[in-house]
Ligand binder design. Structure first.
Ligand code: ARG
Length: 467
């Protein structure tokens, strides 16, 4: 079967009271089909549930209902199978589906919109669409967490400097550092789940705004479509886009996490750090400088974070002045949220394999950890544990660091005699106490950097993502 299209210049379904056609530019301006056509599956699924309810309640006959459901099923199959092209001359996806149905099954198709308005229809479609997308994004987040955890496992004892203020601070393991991202990404999943749980109520049956005079069964539709219940105020049902704002905030936080991770990957990949090397398949070269290997993917993720934030701001700004109930301004919700979803999806799709294939240069990390006095806290703790008050120990170690700086050496290089000048408490065991391995292995506090603690974090995350 060839592709079919609805008549090119459609008469508007709402044309009844109008004596003139809509201006061509105004028609294009008003139309949302170029972006809401992606909700065709949700629109059809919602309509099937609505038709079943109308028949169950005796509002339409079961014969009409059967025709409607079969017709809608065929339309869905034909779109999925590429046999039916969505007609971009229609105003929106809701009108396209209804017009195509009526073209196929005649008068029965005209009964589908009984006890419904596009206002509750679009509110339904977008919730259904966002629910579907949230599970896809969750699956992608899981994959990324898996990739991060895998790298953490391989590098659970690789020592590097941990930074604060981007200054070398204390020794940590790379596994520990990576697991921080795993925790952030786990929260991202739970944020999506929270938002979905709150929006999981069906607005269908709110109709234009005031409800309907027909004896509908909204709970029936809600249950058929996998909702937990129905929205309880019909005006709110058609006016509410809080769930878009909540999800877009969750998307923004995901991007903020990916952007921080990207920034670190970019730094680590530089000659100056040289802690990791991204696989050739996730880097690009320069058209002029033959030596270059750029972390373009990470840079793009960092860059795209801005547009996801922008979409959230656009959504909030669109909603802030709207009187209840539906206003056409609300059609703007879709491009913004769809763009955010597409962006987050694209970023996650490239991020997981980029992390999985990243080569970790453990030797360089270790070398960096040997400089920068990152064991100074441990030296102070050594004195404290032997009885010196922490503040005095802190001051003493500060003076020792200053001596090392003037001698261009590190704490491990001074002799016991040199240490004794500062305090009698120092014994030969201090050297073992400030070795990088000891600094790491002694940090056994829950959540800390010791291998055992990182293993516990890995086990926790694995358990969480297998739920
Ligand atoms: N395309 C519209 C939207 O996305 C559908 C709802 C139209 N409702 C209306 N009363 N004009 O918001």
């Amino acid at each position: 079967m060839g592709k079919t299209c609805i008549i090119k210049t459609m008469e508007k379904m709402w044309a009844g009271r109008f004596s003139k056609a809509l201006d061509e530019k105004a028609d294009d301006f008003n139309s949302s089909i170029s972006f809401d056509s992606r909700m065709y599956r949700q629109d059809i699924t919602g309509s099937i549930a609505h038709a079943s309810m109308l028949a169950k309640q005796g509002i339409i006959s079961s014969a009409d209902c059967e025709k409607i459901i079969a017709g809608l099923g065929d339309i869905l199959d034909d779109i999925d199978g590429g046999r039916l092209e969505i007609d971009m001359n229609c105003e929106d996806i809701h009108m396209f589906v209804e017009a195509e149905l009526t073209k196929r099954i005649g008068d029965a198709g005209k009964k589908l919109h009984t006890a419904r308005s596009r206002n509750d229809q679009v509110a339904l479609d977008i919730r259904l669409y966002l629910k579907d997308k949230s599970s896809e994004l969750t699956a992608l987040l899981r994959e990324l967490i898996e990739a991060v955890t895998e790298q953490a496992e391989k590098n659970k004892s690789a020592i590097l400097p941990g930074y604060t203020h981007l200054q070398r601070a204390q020794p940590i393991t790379f596994g520990h550092h990576l697991m921080a991202y795993a925790m952030m990404l786990l929260r991202d999943i739970s944020r999506l789940e929270d938002a979905v749980a709150r929006m999981n109520l069906s607005p269908l049956g709110s109709c234009a705004l005031a409800g309907t005079t027909y004896n509908t069964d909204r709970e029936f539709v809600a249950e058929k479509l996998g909702f937990d219940g129905i929205t309880l105020n019909s005006i709110d049902g058609v006016s509410d886009r809080d769930f878009c704002v909540e999800l877009m905030s969750a998307y923004s936080i995901i991007m903020m996490h990916l952007s921080r991770f990207s920034e670190e990957i970019i730094l680590w990949s530089s000659w100056e750090f040289s802690f990791v090397e991204l696989d050739d398949s996730f880097t690009t070269g320069s058209s002029i400088m033959p030596q270059k290997k750029n972390s373009d993917m990470a840079e793009l993720v960092r860059g795209k974070t801005g547009r996801v934030y922008g979409n959230l701001m656009a959504m909030l700004a669109t909603l802030k002045g709207l009187p209840l109930a539906y206003n056409k301004d609300m059609q703007e919700d879709k491009e913004a949220i769809f763009d955010s979803i597409d962006t987050v999806e694209a970023c996650l799709e490239v991020f997981a394999p980029m992390i999985r294939t990243m080569r970790v240069k453990q030797d360089n990390m270790y070398r960096a950890a040997q400089k920068g006095f990152i064991n100074a806290t441990d030296l102070a703790d050594y004195l404290t544990k032997k009885g010196m008050p922490f503040r005095s120990a802190y001051k003493t170690v500060g003076q020792i660091v200053a001596e090392c700086i003037s001698k261009n050496c590190v704490l491990d290089d001074l002799s016991l005699e040199e240490y004794k000048k500062y305090s009698d408490i120092f014994e030969a065991d201090l050297f073992d106490e400030i070795s990088l391995e000891t600094c790491v292995s002694k940090r056994i506090s829950a959540g800390g950097t010791s291998v055992a603690s990182v293993e516990a974090q890995i086990a926790y995350v694995k358990k969480e993502i297998s739920k």
